[in-house]
Write a new protein. Structure first.
Length: 126
């Protein structure tokens, strides 16, 4: 008597079928059935909220990178003025302070989001 007597039928387009075959070849599974059972019974489903938070994290990292590059450019401009004219304008210093504060705030937001993502991933893994 067969141990598995239930059948599930799914339809795929050619691209999906080829992607599945490629994944099966890359895995240690030798049949579509073995691969599908492992994926369905042991695979993880990532929820949309987690994906959205990861995308927000990437944007925050990009913003921090841009802000810090801007700070570096401003410091270079101030250094050039000092070397050329022996003068530092107070508004240049204030601009850098504002950008540093903005960068600190973005970093804090990023760390809060990373901590939240870590907790969610730990929950998913349990």
């Amino acid at each position: 008597m067969r141990k598995r007597n239930n059948t599930i039928h799914i339809q795929m387009n050619d691209n999906e079928l080829n992607r599945m075959r490629d994944r099966i070849q890359q895995s240690n599974k030798h049949t579509i059935q073995a691969y599908a059972l492992d994926a369905l019974l042991n695979g993880e489903i990532t929820d949309q909220q987690l994906i959205d938070e990861i995308q927000i994290t990437n944007k925050l990292i990009s913003n921090i990178d841009k802000t810090e590059k801007g700070i570096g450019n401003n410091i270079n401009q101030i250094a050039k003025k000092v070397n050329t004219y022996d003068v530092v304008l107070s508004n240049d210093i204030e601009d850098i302070k504002l950008e540093i504060d903005k960068s600190k705030e973005e970093r804090n937001n990023l760390w809060q989001l990373i901590r939240s993502l870590q907790q969610k991933l730990q929950h998913i893994q349990q």
